[in-house]
Write a protein that binds this ligand. Structure first.
Ligand code: NIG
Ligand code: FE
Length: 387
């Protein structure tokens, strides 16, 4: 196994709680990669020898971003819908059907090329792990193929047959839930780690969602939920009661929702690019963090509610608009994302972790929020290899 010494690191974010502060920051640092793993972390002056070395000239190194929520398997776009929103038309779940129609028409090659393009964008912006959902097929064959395609890019694949009731089932939502919990689940489960449901007016109600999550769990999938995006509702409580890993969106929360998240440890996924792109109020991150809830930041990259693939953009929004500190925002975009995906091997740079890391063209991670919109990623390593 060959080893590589990264030296000349001006600031290294380890997310190692043993180092005192939240980010476990080491100044004037070095890090050794052996094979696919982090082998050593410390001060530059103490670094051991390695087979090769790379001097980073004072750049900052952070754990690669863990984007725990995206919808990349789709065709077409909804730029006109975005333009209409910017002149006052509100966002509604119904727009999903436009993308469903385009996605069903698309070839496997076209869908794969679209995912590849977006994953490439993400990597260029420092993301090393991405969760990818189905949810724009909504037939047995189209959901299974979306997950199969997603599986070429990530192990974090999510079955979202319950994204919205498709047009052909408009008069028979119960029939659609039976399909989602029956034959569609059977076809999807071999290609998925997670089951998700959009709990919202215009999508699925509490009873439908509970049936869908319960069936997914019984098939060996783990649960995550689209919860409380467009208004208060039962999504967060449902996520907490079924033992989901994450309740994502969390834009409208009651005190009881906050208590449930804090007491169960369900991760709250905040997706501020959606509030930006739908011109909606941002979730109250401070209320969550101050109550002890674990917060993840993710893009939710999708053609409808928010079409950004950029974790640095989400960090800048979280800091500027949601009053997270730069430290909290970076933690949530790395370790928080890993917690949301129930992964202990990523989201931190400590010996034994997977060597997923992002080198910034900046002396400190603070520049991610301080220099919004500027491409600051100089290199990305996934499992020890430059990408
Ligand atoms: O997470 N909320 C549901 N699903 C996506 C939006 C999908 C769409 O509008 O196409 C979301 O925001
Ligand atoms: Fe989503």
């Amino acid at each position: 196994m060959t080893s590589l010494l990264l030296t000349g690191i001006g600031s290294l974010v380890t997310n190692d709680p043993a180092r005192g502060d939240l980010l476990g920051e080491v100044r004037d640092a070095a890090l050794v990669i052996e094979g696919s793993k982090v082998a050593w972390v410390g001060f530059r002056r103490d670094a051991p020898a390695a087979d090769g070395s790379l001097d980073l000239g004072g750049r900052a190194v952070i754990p690669g971003f863990v984007d725990s929520h995206s919808h990349l398997v789709f065709a077409g776009d909804r730029a006109e819908e975005f333009a209409a929103r910017m002149t006052g038309t509100p966002y509604s779940a119904g727009g999903i059907r436009t993308t469903v129609a385009a996605t069903r028409q698309a070839t496997d090659e076209a869908l794969t090329a679209n995912v590849s393009r977006l994953v490439t964008e993400m990597r260029r912006q420092g993301t090393t792990t991405v969760e990818i959902k189905s949810g724009y097929g909504l037939t047995v064959a189209d959901e299974a193929r979306a997950l199969e395609i997603a599986g070429h890019f990530t192990d974090e694949t999510t079955y979202l047959g319950a994204h919205v009731v498709p047009a052909e089932f408009a008069e028979d939502p119960a029939g659609y839930v039976a399909l989602v919990t029956g034959p569609m689940l059977e076809a999807a489960a071999p290609h998925a780690k997670w089951v998700d449901v959009f709990v919202e007016r215009g999508a699925f109600d509490e009873d439908q969602a509970r049936a869908i999550l319960t069936a997914g769990l019984a098939s060996g999938l783990q649960a995550r939920v689209h919860a409380n995006q467009l208004g208060e509702g039962p999504g967060v409580q449902l996520a907490c009661s079924v033992g989901a890993a994450a309740a994502d969106h969390c834009t409208y929360l009651s005190d009881a929702d906050i208590d449930a998240l804090a007491s169960t440890g369900v991760v709250a996924g905040l997706l501020p690019a959606v509030e930006f792109s739908t011109r909606s109020p941002y979730p109250d991150a401070r209320r969550l963090i101050d109550a002890g809830v674990t917060v993840a930041l993710a893009t939710d990259c999708n053609p409808g509610s928010g079409y950004s693939s950029s974790m640095p953009f989400c960090i800048a929004l979280a800091v500027r608009e949601m009053h997270m500190t730069p430290t909290e925002a970076l933690w949530s975009a790395t370790a928080g994302g890993a917690a949301s995906l129930r992964r202990t091997d990523i989201g931190h740079l400590t010996p034994g972790a997977q060597a997923d890391l992002t080198v910034l063209d900046a002396p400190s991670h603070l520049h991610l929020a301080y220099r919004p919109g500027v491409p600051l990623v100089s290199h990305t390593f996934i499992a020890g290899r430059p990408v």
